[in-house]
Design a protein around this ligand. Structure first.
Ligand code: SF4
Ligand code: SF4
Ligand code: FES
Length: 262
């Protein structure tokens, strides 16, 4: 891979990327090719700035969906780093490869039949969890700062409620599993545990039950049909003009003025 500092003109400007005026241009490498991009961009925007168009590996653009797992290292630095492309800002001499998909272990299961020993169900579906060697690589790799090794330890001990709580912020990016020497798919095992805990351990959420009943009874059918019949521009306008919850609002402290559909 070339490391010379010769400026390289960007090939194209991605339609979602508006580089700030006067931003310093830096050299990065995307899948082995050299590009010059503004230093202020996230990896995702830099990839688009370089002329690529996402057809996979991009979803929410806000650090929530986990679709944009990325590996990178800097020229001359041995350390392999990981992050989310939509959250990680590019740096000079960064070598980037995005992971569009990770082949995790996702066994079939039917939660309805699991009423007895929940820990035994985990042992049967994810026996590899019990082979964790406690190396901590998963925790060091996680872009959400989750102590992955610890939730795996809780699973091993049978504290499924604790493991569900500890893994709650997982965005399912798969980076932890991609580096595990014991070949554990931590994030799919944790999803299974959260489902078990949601179904069999935690009390039923009455407000959710009520809302599902309202949906099933057709309460929102007329509203949905109205949306389906609208022109796309009108749907976009409705979305842009919607009443929005303020950033950082206390949970439960805000409700919209229009409560017709609540
Ligand atoms: S626990 Fe694993 S899959 Fe979940 S966010 Fe962390 S690295 Fe990604
Ligand atoms: S990377 Fe794998 S073996 Fe290492 S602590 Fe995490 S789960 Fe255990
Ligand atoms: S695009 Fe959703 S987390 Fe990055």
């Amino acid at each position: 891979m070339a490391t010379d500092k010769k400026p390289v003109q960007p090939l194209l400007t991605g339609d979602r990327t508006i580089p700030p005026e006067g931003a310093k241009m830096i050299t990065i490498y995307i899948m082995g090719r050299q590009y010059r991009v503004p230093e202020t961009l996230t990896v995702m925007k830099a990839v688009e700035y370089a002329g690529y168009q996402y057809v996979r590996g991009c979803g929410c653009r806000g650090g929530i969906c986990g679709a944009c797992a990325t590996y990178y290292r800097f020229v001359g630095d041995y350390r392999l780093r990981a992050g989310l492309a939509c959250q990680t800002v590019v740096g000079p001499e960064m070598i980037i490869a995005q992971l569009p998909f990770f082949p995790a272990n996702r066994p079939d299961y039917d939660l309805d039949g699991m009423k007895g020993d929940l820990h035994a169900e985990l042992r049967s579906l994810y026996p590899e969890v019990f082979k964790c060697i406690g190396c901590g690589t998963c925790t060091r790799t996680c872009p959400m700062d989750i102590d992955v090794m610890d939730y795996i330890a809780l699973m091993k001990r049978g504290d499924l409620k604790g493991a569900a709580k500890k893994s709650f912020d997982c965005v399912m990016c798969g980076l932890c599993a991609s580096r595990c020497p014991a070949q554990i798919s931590q994030f799919t095992a944790a999803m299974f545990v959260r489902r078990l805990v949601g179904k069999y351990v935690l009390p039923r959420a009455e407000h959710l039950k009520k809302r599902v009943e309202e949906v099933v009874s057709g309460r929102y059918a007329k509203m949905l049909k109205g949306l389906m019949d609208m022109k796309p521009e009108d749907v976009k306008r409705l979305y842009v003009e919607r009443e929005r919850e303020p950033d950082m609002a206390e949970p439960g402290a805000w409700t919209p003025k229009d409560r017709e559909h609540l």
